[in-house]
Design a protein around this ligand. Structure first.
Ligand code: PLP
Length: 432
């Protein structure tokens, strides 16, 4: 039988990240006060200098520091799986592979960048990092990674998730960070929003504004963002680079690469190294970004300059956006509820290098259950969007008889999402 798990040794782990900005150009961030390209120095009160450097670097490969490699080695290289049992259940001639990023301590791909961001901040003397979290995955990842370097971490958690996902909150506390519901009374912006919208359940845009406000006002404090920005995509390329080394140990090469897309970082992670090979004329792989119909940034948004947060404090980014005031419905894939998306992914979609598609949440949970009942792993609702698309592509192959190789990124597990699964099973899950 063909292999089920394709593993790498620790010493086969990539030692550099791939920077796609060496191969494609994205429009620069603009200073909202002047509408001119941002001076990188203006970002220094908020971000570590090395991260700002990486954000605008056009160097093709950036060395991964040894201290980061040592932490990566706690769960990396992550396994690549061939989904034999899912293929059989679908009766498809397609080969389905998935990269399992759920094996990190936080249960998702997010620590790949959290550890890098914590490390560079520690190096530059930052004592405390503030951030926001939607579903709690980023907050728990940053909490985990600040703890490795004895730094404080404070998380503004979107209030709807704070109450719906109490165990993500517990995990954030377990690794030593503080977490409070947003909008909070601890920032000027939070107080203003609570006054204007007393019933609001919060949004990522609001929580980002709160976390940035606190970092901007304190010298020892910096801010970290879990997705969207170029440096988060850069750090995630360890996922795709490992996957390529793993495929080298098989007879296959992916014809289609799929990832769910919230801010775009796990998709960038798995896809960018393959896009590098397409751009070099070596391959002709298809790429699919999958988003929820309830927050259809790439499939219905506009490609234009917009703010990253609701208080309109951030630089303007050229991206697909639903508008910085958009508050998406409280769907269960909380990690995919963001009004914007990474400028890199936006550019790739706009240039026709990547496709985008969207699904409703009930059909996404149908796919999650099919996956759990064949492969065993309970996927995060976010990752289930990628599974749904992979299943659809595999079913197309069943019709045409094509033996395509399909790869998707299993961005995380759903162990903290059981309340959503319960709702699905009791028929309470709606499609809007
Ligand atoms: C945060 C998260 C996502 C969405 O973020 P991206 O930056 O689009 O990857 C997807 N899956 C999981 C499991 C997440 O935690």
């Amino acid at each position: 039988m063909d292999q089920t798990k394709i593993l790498l040794d620790e010493n086969e782990m990539p030692t550099q990240w791939y920077n796609i900005l060496s191969d494609i150009k994205v429009e620069p961030p603009l200073n909202p006060a002047t509408n001119e390209p941002m001076d990188p120095k203006d970002l220094e009160p908020i971000f570590a200098k090395e991260l700002i450097k990486q954000e605008i670097s056009s160097e093709k490969y950036i060395d991964i520091p040894k201290d980061i490699l040592e932490i990566y080695a706690l769960w990396r290289p992550s396994p690549l799986y061939r989904a034999h049992r899912l293929e059989k259940a679908l009766g498809t001639p397609a080969k389905i592979y998935y990269k399992n990023e759920s094996v990190s301590p936080a249960g998702s791909h997010k620590p790949n960048t959290a550890i890098a961001q914590a490390y560079y901040n520690m190096k530059e003397g930052t004592e405390r990092i503030t951030t926001e979290t939607g579903a709690g995955q980023w907050g728990s990842s940053l909490s985990l990674c600040c703890n490795y370097f004895d730094m404080e971490c404070k998380v503004y958690m979107v209030s709807s998730s704070f109450y719906q996902k109490p165990y993500r909150k517990s995990l954030i506390n377990l690794w030593g960070a503080t977490v409070i519901p947003s909008p909070s009374t601890e920032t000027q912006f939070g107080r203003k929003i609570r006054e204007m919208y007393p019933d609001t359940t919060g949004s990522l845009g609001i929580a980002i504004s709160e976390a940035i406000e606190e970092a901007a006002l304190n010298d020892n404090t910096k801010y970290a963002l879990g997705s969207v920005l170029n440096h988060t995509s850069l750090h995630q390329t360890v996922v795709g680079l490992e996957t390529q080394a793993q495929f080298d140990k098989t007879e296959d090469y992916p014809d289609i690469v799929i990832g769910c897309c919230g801010g775009g970082s796990n998709l960038a992670g798995v896809a960018l190294p393959y896009i590098r090979d397409n751009l070099a004329g070596k391959t002709d792989t298809r790429f699919i970004a999958v988003e929820p119909s309830a927050c259809p940034t790439l499939t219905s948004g506009e490609f234009k300059y917009d703010f990253g947060d609701m208080a309109q404090q951030t630089p303007l980014l050229k991206m697909y956006t639903l508008g910085s005031e958009f508050i998406p419905p409280a769907i269960h894939a909380g990690g995919l509820r963001y009004h914007g998306v990474s400028p890199i992914i936006s550019k790739l979609v706009s240039d026709g290098i990547m496709e985008a598609t969207s699904y409703h949440q009930v059909e996404v949970f149908d796919a999650a259950v099919a996956f759990a009942r064949s492969e065993g792993i309970a996927p995060a609702p976010e990752s289930a969007h990628a599974i749904k698309s992979a299943i659809d592509e595999a079913l197309k192959c069943k019709e045409t008889g094509e033996e395509k190789t399909i790869l998707f990124n299993l961005s995380g597990h759903g162990h903290f999402d059981m309340a959503s699964y319960d709702k699905y099973f009791s028929g309470e899950l709606s499609n809007d």
